[in-house]
Ligand binder design. Structure first.
Ligand SMILES: C[S@@+](CC[C@H](N)C(=O)[O-])C[C@H]1O[C@@H](n2cnc3c(N)ncnc32)[C@H](O)[C@@H]1O
Length: 222
């Protein structure tokens, strides 16, 4: 499904989020780089926007972007070349990472975590490949907020967005899957609890009235 939507993925991100996706990624970059990591892994990197923003913000760090969709990775590599940024993009499954324990000081995932088939396993893998004192940053769409804004947002998210996404990408199933997966996703406090069970000291912040949320998990140590 992700390979199918890859060619129009960036355009639709900008369009459907009214440009907010880049601001949300900027906040994720700030939090991920706060402790000055030497090696950073961007999981479910897709077309590489977050990995490239991390490299731009901290050129001295080694940044790796990993994803299991080859079509997404091909676009990420092309973008890195165009921007002259050295990021290694490689094919890997977030549920079985090909890295030794403690390989990274920071791990990010933007809008990818929700798609993992097993959240607990993904969190254990992230915890395993982080070094002690390392930080995981998860940027996601939590289930829509309540109240009047929630009603408006649901109408957009479940009505207009799947239609526009389907028309522009040619994949109606992918943009029907998006709101359905968001409704099923654990609420921020539940995800925070899951992160604690995986060994993280966890907290979260809401962005744009709760449309997006950033979860920060610190691995105890040094
Ligand atoms: C919605 S895109 C997000 C891409 C990018 N992080 C961004 O911010 O735009 C989700 C990505 O997660 C990847 N993905 C989903 N499950 C995965 C897994 N188990 N291992 C690696 N990548 C995965 C998909 O291939 C897709 O590129």
């Amino acid at each position: 499904m992700f390979s199918e939507i890859a060619p129009r993925y960036d355009l639709l991100n900008r369009l459907l989020s009214f440009g907010q996706d880049q601001a949300w990624r900027r906040r994720a970059v700030e939090l991920a780089l706060e402790k000055g990591p030497r090696r950073v892994l961007d999981l479910a990197t897709g077309t590489g926007d977050l990995a490239l923003a991390l490299k731009r913000a901290r050129p001295e760090a080694e940044v790796v972007g990993a994803d299991f969709a080859p079509a997404m990775l091909a676009l990420a590599r092309r973008k890195a070349e165009r921007l002259g940024l050295e990021v290694a993009f490689l094919e890997a499954d977030a549920l079985a990472l090909p890295f030794p324990d403690g390989s990274f000081q920071a791990i990010t995932v933007a809008f990818g975590f929700r798609n993992f088939a097993d959240y607990e396993k993904a969190l254990w893998e992230m915890h395993r490949v982080l070094s002690p004192g390392g930080r995981a940053v998860i940027l996601e769409f939590p289930p829509p907020p309540g109240g009047a804004f929630g009603l408006l947002y649901r109408a957009y998210f479940k009505g207009l967005l799947p239609l526009l996404g389907g028309l522009v990408s040619g994949s109606f199933r992918a943009y029907r899957y998006l709101p359905a997966s968001v409704e099923r996703f654990p609420a921020p406090l539940a995800l925070e609890e899951m992160m604690r069970r995986a060994g993280f000291q966890a907290r979260h912040e809401r962005l744009t009235l709760g449309v997006a949320a950033i979860h920060v998990g610190d691995k105890p140590g040094q």
